[in-house]
Write a protein of this length. Structure first.
Length: 118
């Protein structure tokens, strides 16, 4: 299993970024997916989740209305569109695949840095 994030960078407050997570090594369309983030000195927090078909999404209160999670099962990719970015959004963003229902383990990507600063 591989999860490879991309799209991070340095932006100014109010700007946008789109993160991508390219998945390989499993049946992507069978799994819900999540984005987490971890700021320096803080715990890793759930940002957004999406069901296997993309029909159900959930967001942390801190990003509701600004971030949008989506997926393209044909491309084995999950996205996080981040608008109206704030300095508090600065963190390493991680893609996450949960454990399968029957047996197995979960997986994390390597993370991509997002820095929001003027």
């Amino acid at each position: 299993v591989q999860l490879v994030e991309s799209g991070g960078g340095l932006v100014q407050p109010g700007e946008s970024l789109r993160l991508s997570c390219a998945a390989a090594g499993f049946t992507f369309s069978s799994y819900s997916m999540r984005w987490y983030r971890q700021a320096p000195g803080k715990e890793r927090d759930l940002v957004a989740s999406i069901s296997s078909t993309g029909g159900i999404t959930n967001y942390a209160d801190s990003v509701k209305g600004r971030f949008t999670i989506s997926r393209d099962n044909a491309k084995n990719t999950v996205y996080l569109q981040m608008n109206s970015l704030k300095p508090d959004d600065t963190a390493v963003y991680y893609c996450y695949r949960p454990k399968p229902v029957v047996a197995g383990r979960d997986y994390w990507g390597q993370g991509t840095q997002v820095t929001v600063s003027s």
